[in-house]
Design a binder for this molecule. Structure first.
Ligand code: KG4
Ligand code: ZN
Length: 347
């Protein structure tokens, strides 16, 4: 099957357009409005949607040119239909629907979180018959059992409060680092000693673990970091930022990997696929690979450029839709800002 799939990602601040043919990436172009948010300490949805509007056509043209194809060669169009920011989603979905209508080709409105896992197919080849997916980003931290990435995804658990990336961004702010804090905390943690301060790990033992086998909670941990810093300040002591970053990073990454591996084992799988912006985290990648070596499981994590939001993930999931014969969304769909984790396609 050599269909050419156009993928459009606009769920947050990145305008991503990519082209995939036969599971091969031909082009992946991203424009971002992130630079505008550092001074606000967070994304401003209204600015993000306007930036998508301005960036979409140039990004599309750049992707077509890079791939060496023309629009009329495109066989199907896929776009992120949710979850995400409403204005941002609407811009991408409207653009993708307009293209599909003009070309007379099918349109697929797909799930952003599942696409974060799907993108690994580009790098590491076909998925096994079933696997556990850990999707971790700024807004989401979820464990999923995947039998078919296009048709059969079941949520096993997820964060009860802050997502991993969100917790990192908040701790980044506490440590006086620029927004988004995730990559900065990661960098700082490398200079610190993770054993100096042991922060609490929620839902990791006793009754809480029983009740929330595959769930995560990072908000208590974030508060513990805030209290720790406050205490040092009150006592007029120096704040060992690198050690705090390292201890915090260890607690988050440790919890993510531990439960993910437990889910792989309990579901009779041999593969864990990790995706999403937070999977760029160096300690998470290290711990997951260590665990893979120790236990003989396969751990698949795409290279960092495919971890944060991009069009390639959407084009790949669109391609999976086409080759699995999934019925398209149709042009009547809207967007779903809180799209259910196990809904692969919006109808
Ligand atoms: O998937 P993504 O690009 O957007 C969402 O769908 O949310 O994820 C962005 C998140 C941000 O919270 C960012 O701080 C975090 O991923 N992130 C990291 C790292 N790189 C990005 N967090 C920790 N360590 C990193 N190296
Ligand atoms: Zn994302």
């Amino acid at each position: 099957m050599s269909e050419l799939i156009l993928g459009v990602e606009t769920s947050c601040d990145e305008t991503g357009v990519a082209l995939v043919r036969d599971g091969e990436l031909l082009a992946d172009v991203t424009a971002t409005s992130m630079d505008e948010y550092a001074r606000f300490g967070g994304i401003i949805p209204e600015i993000a949607s306007r930036a998508h509007l301005e960036s979409f056509v140039p990004t599309l043209h750049a992707a077509l040119e890079k791939a060496g194809v023309t629009l009329d060669e495109v066989d199907a169009v896929a776009a992120t239909a949710g979850p995400g920011l409403i204005g941002s989603l609407i811009v991408g979905v409207s653009a993708a629907k307009a293209l599909a209508l003009a070309l007379g080709k099918p349109f697929y409105g797909v799930n952003h979180i599942i696409a974060h896992l799907a993108v690994d197919r580009l790098v590491h080849g076909d998925f096994p018959e079933k696997f556990v997916g850990l999707a971790v980003s700024g807004g989401h931290s979820h464990l999923m059992l995947v039998r078919n990435i296009a048709t059969d995804v079941v949520e096993l658990g997820g964060t009860l409060d802050d997502a991993a990336g969100e917790a990192f961004d908040k701790v980044g702010r506490l440590l006086g680092l620029p927004y988004p804090g995730g990559p900065h905390v990661d960098r700082l943690a490398r200079e610190g000693d993770a054993t100096k301060i042991r922060f609490p790990r929620a839902l990791q033992s006793g009754k809480n673990l029983e009740l929330h086998k595959y769930d995560y909670s990072f908000s208590g941990l974030k508060t513990a970091v805030a209290r720790h810093i406050e205490g040092l300040r009150e006592r007029g002591e120096e704040i060992p930022k690198a050690d705090i970053a390292a201890g915090f990073q260890e607690a988050v990454s440790g919890a993510l990997v531990e439960k993910a591996i437990a889910a792989v084992r309990a579901n009779g799988c041999d593969t864990l696929v990790v995706g999403g912006g937070f999977s760029a985290n160096s300690r998470l990648r290290e711990l997951a690979q260590e665990e893979a070596r120790r236990s003989g499981l396969n751990v698949r994590i795409p290279p960092i450029r495919y971890c944060t939001d991009n069009g390639a993930m959407i084009a790949t999931l669109g391609w999976e839709m086409v080759r699995n014969g999934v019925e398209p969304s149709g042009l009547g769909i809207s967007v779903d800002t809180s799209m259910a984790r196990d809904t692969v396609i919006l109808r």
